[in-house]
Ligand binder design. Sequence first.
Ligand code: GUN
Ligand code: ZN
Length: 445
Amino acid sequence: MSQRLALFGDLLDIEVDPGFAAPGDAAGVRYRPDHWLLVEDGRIVGAEPARAGSGPDASWQRVDHAGRLITPGFIDTHVHCPQLDVIASYGTALLEWLNTYTFPAELRYADPLVAASGAERFVDALLAHGTTSAVVFPTVHKGATEALFTSARARGMRLVAGKVLMDRHAPDGLRDDVLQAERDCADLIARWHGNGRLSYAVTVRFAATSTPEQLAMAGRLCREHPGVYMQTHVAENTDEVRWIAELFPEARSYLDVYHRHGLLHERAVLAHGIWLDDTDRALLRDTGAQIAFCPSSNLFLGSGLFDWQAAVDTGYRVSMASDVGGGTSLSMLRTLADAYKVQALRGVKLSAWKALHAATRGAAEALGLAHEMGHLGHGALADLAVWDWAVGPVATHRDAVARRGRAGVSPLTALHERVFAWMTLGDERNLVATYVAGACRHERG
Ligand code: GUN
Ligand code: ZN
């Protein structure tokens, strides 16, 4: 007997990248209010409108979310599991923040009990924010990496992660060495890459904390294990960029350090990418690597304003990320609201359509996973989030005004007004339930 689940609500997903088109002109917005979403054995098999007296028969478990929004679960393409301990730490920019708060917190993950409870807390927190999939930094410790994979496996999540590589410029207890790290990575890849929905990422913290020998080893791992991902940080902060230029005088740029070591490819996810030039941007496009835009972190650490328009003009891929604990919330709604503000400071208007696409289908495509997630199309796994359109008197009033509509605007513009207000005012308090591959993994209250 197959497992049949039918969820009723307002279905919203974004099928193609709308670019920076005006909200009323965007292509690819699929809005199906008052529909049943049909899920069989964890996969979406269809959607049908409600008609009087009809609806899925008794062979379906029916869950009525009438008047609520149902979206694909969010995909957070850059977030640090151990940094829930240092989220919202005062008063520093990147390099001082790492030394003052972050490295001491990550040291504690040498303890298997800390690592196991931290991993459980982290994946449950993702689900409690409507995030069903993530690309994650654990710590340098092999055990902490296994703990993270174990927790994600138990919940059926698509999680991409790998042991952090760092063999210099980090405190005792947080450094590895090339030989042992290579053995640990090979072992972790064998055990976890392709285990359920888990994927391994060769995880270079950033160029400053790896010797050239370790970067070469990381490149070798990517070559020898063609399906694995690569994740790192690039060009986040101007002091960091200057430091990398001193450490790698032979490289043309920060990004070029990674390119020289064979780390840029279509499964490479690089966080930030604020301080890039046109040659770097072309290199991202030509290698197929993506930038994870982390607006909350970039604002909080005072790093800078990511140039998304230049990414679109060049044609490289951009996804959305919380970067907790540099970022101050796991909520992708808050992340998207911050992205809007960062782009506003650059004179660019980010529609809710483009923002939502980048955090769902766009991320899935950039990760090569659009066949299984990021949308509500037939055949995708049912990774879903169910939301209240509004919570609290201010948002509820705003939603009611948006629903009444404005004279003379198109239906798509009117819908955007409502969705944009939800995106801008909403957060995890709006979340009603989260499903992973059709299984309910979080419920409010
Ligand atoms: N660069 C190197 N490590 C980190 C980190 O943990 N967070 C951020 N935001 N940037 C980094
Ligand atoms: Zn980061």
